[in-house]
Design a binder for this molecule. Structure first.
Ligand code: PLP
Length: 402
């Protein structure tokens, strides 16, 4: 007897938790200590959840035993509507907000509700690969638009324009960006909005790192700049509040509701099929919105800022390695010059690095980047540990051959 996976899964992949993770787990089980620079999970690196959020969680535990409204509890949805209205997104009320088990669940639902077989979704390259995976799983076609490393990883607007076809339904924007750390200017966002307007595209704006910005970079909500477009803004508490395990995320629908009525009916049905997101995590959202402990971590000299700077500087000191300075997020996405280090298979490279150095990073092609010349490194460890790890990666690279 054999049970084969469905053909729906053909081409669906998510390398951040891909096959190399199994190897890392096996090494750990065999007694090795693995430095996990593969996933943006703050808690294991000593980032505590804000005290106020934990206290609120404990206080609300007795009220959080039952299923909730499928879209989430009213108080949290109202608080989020107000939070984003205060930040310039127009026309919001409780109906505009859907809570989810992290952005991960909501991204899948949002794409499933829109995409028919063969419909195209514009997704950045490199991307956070969830967006490509959920599009393929929905039967859609991910069409990757280039982000330009030489321009600080800004989206290439001409490439976006050239890739729009009669089948294009939506565009995904990730800002601040994972994996590149780019933060987009209002001008770039307005130009993307203009393309979406002209071609009647829905906009999915993944802004989970909105509060993790450095060097005075300012994050702008796409939806605030384009009130006339149907835009879904995604956010959550996993990163800024260091509670990735709670699974607290949301999506905010803005723009002309009438144009999205059928879509929202579908989205609401999908929300109902999962009954509701984790109730306890929903209850902490309200308190979390007024918590600003993240600001201390990202200000100059703050822990996240210091680690980001250390990673970026150390990477740029390695021969044949260059890295654009990340202005947001929790990652560095360095280029490994193919003229200096001849890596033909970057998945093989990260596996070899894991086996030899016990450091786990993710290959650039795992982010739908076309060439085997980048890797993504999480900047969550303390600066000293990061520096040591990056220098070890450098030494490994120097003697590496494929
Ligand atoms: N979007 C981006 C850009 C991410 O980097 C992540 C996690 O790394 C997510 C969404 C998913 O976050 P969560 O499901 O924890 O809300």
């Amino acid at each position: 007897m054999e049970f084969r996976q469905s053909t729906k899964l053909t081409g669906v992949c998510y390398e951040i938790r891909g096959p190399v993770v199994e190897q890392a787990n096996a090494l750990e089980a065999a007694g090795h200590s693995i430095l996990r620079l593969n996933i943006g999970n703050p808690a294991p690196f000593g980032f505590a959840a804000p005290d106020a959020v934990v206290a609120d969680l404990i206080a609300r535990l007795p009220q959080a035993h039952g299923y909730t409204d499928a879209r989430g509890i009213s108080s949290a949805r109202q608080a989020l509507a107000k939070h984003y209205a205060d930040r310039g997104i127009q026309g919001l009320d409780e109906r505009s907000v859907y809570l989810g088990n992290g952005v991960s669940e909501l991204a899948g639902m949002a794409i499933q509700a829109l995409v028919d077989t063969g419909d195209e979704v514009l997704i950045p390259s490199p991307d956070y690969p969830l967006w490509t995976a959920v599009t393929r799983f929905a039967g859609g076609v991910p069409v990757h638009y280039r982000c330009d490393e030489a321009a600080g990883w800004q989206p290439d607007l001409d490439d976006i324009a050239a890739k729009i076809t009669s089948r294009t339904k939506a565009i995904v924007v990730i800002n601040p960006n994972n994996p590149t750390g780019a933060v987009y200017s209002p001008d770039v966002l307005r130009q993307i909005a203009e393309l979406a307007r002209r071609h009647e595209l829905m906009v999915f704006s993944d802004e989970i790192y909105e509060r993790i910005v450095y060097d005075g970079a300012k994050h702008h909500h796409f939806a605030a700049l384009a009130p006339d477009l149907v835009c879904l803004t995604f956010g959550g508490l996993s990163k800024s509040h260091r509670i990735a395990g709670f699974r607290a995320g949301w999506l905010i629908v803005s723009g002309p509701r009438a144009a999205a009525a059928s879509y929202l009916e579908g989205l609401t049905m999908l929300a109902g099929m999962r009954l509701c997101p984790n109730a306890l995590a929903q209850h902490v959202i309200e308190a979390a919105l007024t918590d600003d402990t993240i600001d201390d971590l990202v200000r100059p000299g703050g822990r996240l800022e210091t680690q980001r700077t250390t990673a970026w500087q150390t990477l740029n000191e390695l021969p044949g390695v260059s890295c654009v300075k990340p202005l947001g997020g929790l990652y560095a996405f360095p280029r490994i010059d193919p003229e200096v280090h001849r890596i033909k298979d970057d998945e093989r490279f990260v596996l070899d690095l894991l086996l030899r150095e016990k450091i786990h990073i993710v290959q650039g092609t795992g982010f739908n980047w076309p060439d085997p010349d980048h890797v993504r490194i999480v900047t969550l460890p303390e600066a000293g540990d990061l520096e040591v790890a990056i220098r070890r990666i450098g030494r490994f690279l120097d003697s590496y051959e494929q």
